[in-house]
Design a protein around this ligand. Structure first.
Ligand SMILES: Nc1ncnc2c1ncn2[C@@H]1O[C@H](COP(=O)(O)OP(=O)(O)OP(=O)(O)O)[C@@H](O)[C@H]1O
Length: 257
């Protein structure tokens, strides 16, 4: 079996990119192509939004980054390694470098909020003393100080979402992938969560956030990757993909990068 240090594909990786897609195509079974030759790279330490209408493929793109999906064509490079054909056995080690916020949360129902968030730390061998210090602190920061012992089925959608976010960021991953992480919370909490992602980003985490929340995208100074009809374009800060006029400059549909 190949070791982690080797490449599983043929193309030379861009060592600066944490995520790189080259001419990636995706289709589910015999369905239509979801992506046609999309290419982009997320430089280490960058922060991007991922936008697109419902069904445009945001979750699918995150799934390719997370290696829950494999491309039908093209190459996916993660952390400088071509992982397009990485064996399943290699996935846990790659995924330990990522924090993922799923749209459906994927919390463990029989564990408390505290134990759900502690999971990545326990996997990494962090001491129980440190866990008892850090996990309540983070849960308090996301407004769940009174729910440390609550099990997910007793929490609201927005509370579950915050537990999922705390679990994704607790071990300061190299790459954070978040699918609609503010979909179930009010504006005040959404802002707070975005500031949490910014803090993580300042410490070096590369961040990619899929969102429908236009207000958030406008309020935070980060470029967006926009999915539309199977293609992906990069839109610099302040430009709006659906608006060619006014001050919002169309991106000239420049493929990313
Ligand atoms: N498991 C699947 N099997 C077949 N088709 C799928 C599957 N998952 C997603 N699709 C299709 O892929 C396309 C993209 O879906 P995806 O969930 O990635 O979009 P999205 O932009 O995340 O949507 P939303 O904003 O509504 O969450 C859709 O046409 C969807 O029907």
């Amino acid at each position: 079996m190949r070791e982690m240090g080797e490449n599983w594909g043929n193309r030379p990786p861009d060592s600066e990119a944490v995520v790189q897609f080259d001419q990636v195509g995706l289709r589910y079974d015999l369905g239509p192509e979801i992506f046609r030759d999309i290419g982009f790279s997320l430089p280490g330490g960058s922060f991007h939004f991922l936008t697109g209408s419902s069904g445009a493929g945001k979750s699918s793109l995150l799934g390719l980054c997370y290696l829950a999906l494999r491309p039908t064509r093209g190459a996916v490079t993660l952390f400088g390694r071509d992982v397009t054909r990485a064996p399943r056995a290699a996935l846990p080690r790659l995924r330990r470098r990522m924090g993922v916020v799923f749209q459906d949360f994927r919390l463990i129902n029989h564990l408390s909020a505290m134990d759900n968030v502690a999971l990545p730390l326990r996997v990494a061998g962090v001491s129980e003393t440190d866990i008892r210090h850090h996990v309540p602190e983070l849960l308090a920061w996301v407004g769940l100080a009174d729910h440390l012992d609550a099990r997910p089925p007793t929490l609201s959608g927005g509370q579950k979402q915050r537990v999922a976010i705390a679990r994704a960021v607790i071990n300061r991953p190299d790459l954070l992938l978040a699918d609609e992480p503010t979909g179930n919370v009010d504006d005040r909490i959404a802002m707070r969560l975005l500031h949490l992602f910014e803090e993580l980003n300042k410490m070096g985490t590369t961040v990619l956030i899929a969102t429908h929340n236009e207000q958030l995208v406008r309020r935070f100074p980060y470029p967006r990757l926009h999915l539309d009809q199977g293609g992906l374009t990069l839109h610099p800060v302040g430009s709006e993909p659906w608006n060619g006029g006014g001050t919002a400059r169309r991106s000239t549909d420049r493929p990313y990068p």
